[in-house]
Design a protein around this ligand. Structure first.
Ligand SMILES: [Zn+2]
Ligand SMILES: [Zn+2]
Length: 414
């Protein structure tokens, strides 16, 4: 029993720790206990240790730790990719030979294919171009999305890359390049997730989530068969007429019958919900027509709105564009019909303020009162992710494509 208990506790602790460290930083979890524990682990405890070191060794330990920390956080390095590959390979090495004799021909083929797919999509996501913007391809990236005059304004230059930032792009301080439709810098692929590889990243998440679930279900089914062979009265659920202690002892037998298979099955059962969760969150962002980077920008706007400092006014979609700082045309089927601005004193901007747009300013109290022009509806948002250089020309001017969509991401992303 003690081996089983230790095994379960270790796997549970590793799974929870991995989840908190990697996912505790996403905006949706920022104000939850998970976000709090994440800040505790990644910021407060290290700061407390640094303060202690300053007093004890005059900061000698902390300067080497800082160099190491800076390398881990700010530099591109394959540490987490290697960790992910090792986790995948060692789990498969422990699992497959132990499970193989009990697998039907169908599961042998399906299992082998499922085991290979995450490697393929990891390679495609990590080796491909996430949408790095260079002087050579800058014009192409400018034509992908128009500025929405809410979270992206024309005329801003990247101080490092020395060109105008295309709408939806962001400079990545780790990759040290501007990335088109930047979502986030992902340590699992050691690259940004952006316009060029978001589809591979989603497929990597899906195949990993599927593999973990498939492995857990098959593993439990093999263990259940073994336990039933040995104890015919036993059933996985409900525990039939057995005492709880007997029920758990038989589980212990099932796990120890093949420790590799048992441990991997438990690990995959714990990790699968997390990977599905991350996939669900990523698909939710696609449904909302936004990105991880943009949820942060909308969260800032929400604070301004809560304080009553946000104002909007109409913009004609047929306005004359100032082509020195924004593209005359893009492949996106809609143009912004609003400008959002913040005021310093809680009063609407003065009439003579040099701001685009027309008509009077309206105070905005909630994100629901603004339009997210990057949201064309789930299917078109998905098309934009999966079809490279997707053109929406067919939809231009059609009501279904041109209809304004109220902002729908804030609840989940704040
Ligand atoms: Zn840049
Ligand atoms: Zn990056």
């Amino acid at each position: 029993m003690s081996t089983l208990k230790t095994l379960v506790l270790v796997i549970l602790a590793i799974s929870i720790l991995v989840f908190i460290i990697f996912f505790g930083r996403i905006p949706a979890l920022r104000h939850t206990p998970i976000g709090f524990i994440n800040r505790l682990i990644v910021a407060r405890i290290p700061h407390a240790i640094l303060a202690l070191d300053k007093r004890l060794t005059r900061g000698r330990l902390s300067s080497s730790l800082r160099r190491f920390g800076s390398y881990i956080v700010n530099d591109r390095h394959p540490t987490i990719v290697i960790f992910f590959l090792l986790l995948l390979s060692v789990s498969e090495y422990m699992y497959l030979p132990a499970a193989w004799p009990d697998l039907s021909p169908f599961h042998r083929i399906a299992g082998s294919i499922s085991a290979c797919l995450p490697y393929i999509f990891l390679y495609l996501a990590a080796a491909g171009d996430p949408g790095y913007i260079t002087h050579a391809n800058h014009a192409e990236h400018m034509k992908l999305y128009p500025y929405d005059f809410s979270i992206y304004l024309p005329g801003h230059e990247c101080r490092t890359c020395r060109f105008l930032k295309p709408a939806r792009s962001k400079h990545c301080s780790i990759c040290k390049k501007c990335v088109s439709k930047m979502d986030h810098h992902c340590i699992f692929i050691n690259k940004c997730v952006g316009y060029g590889n978001q589809h591979w990243f989603l497929l990597l998440l899906f195949t990993t989530a599927f593999l973990a679930t498939y492995g857990a279900v098959l593993g439990f089914s093999i263990m259940t068969t073994k336990m039933k062979d040995r104890y015919p009265l036993w059933s996985a659920w409900p525990p039939s007429d057995l005492e709880w202690s007997q029920y758990l002892i038989i589980w212990s037998y099932g796990l120890q019958h093949s420790v590799g298979l048992g441990a991997t099955t438990l690990l995959t059962a714990m990790l699968a919900p997390m990977v599905w969760g991350l996939l669900g969150y990523s698909l939710f962002l696609v449904y909302c027509g936004t990105t991880t980077n943009e949820t942060g920008k909308w969260a800032d706007w929400k604070f301004e709105m809560d304080d009553g400092y946000a104002f909007k006014r109409r913009m004609s979609p047929h306005r004359q564009k100032f082509t020195a700082i924004e593209p005359a045309f893009t492949r996106w089927p809609v143009e912004t019909e609003q400008i959002l601005t913040r005021s310093e004193d809680g009063r609407p901007p003065p009439e003579d303020a040099p701001l685009p747009g027309e008509g009077s300013w309206q105070r905005v109290w909630t994100l629901k009162d603004v339009v997210n022009m990057y949201d064309l509806g789930f299917m078109d948002n998905l098309r934009d992710v999966f079809i490279q250089d997707c053109h929406f020309d067919k939809g231009k001017g059609l009501p279904s494509m041109g209809r304004p969509r109220r902002h729908k991401s804030p609840k989940a992303s704040l």
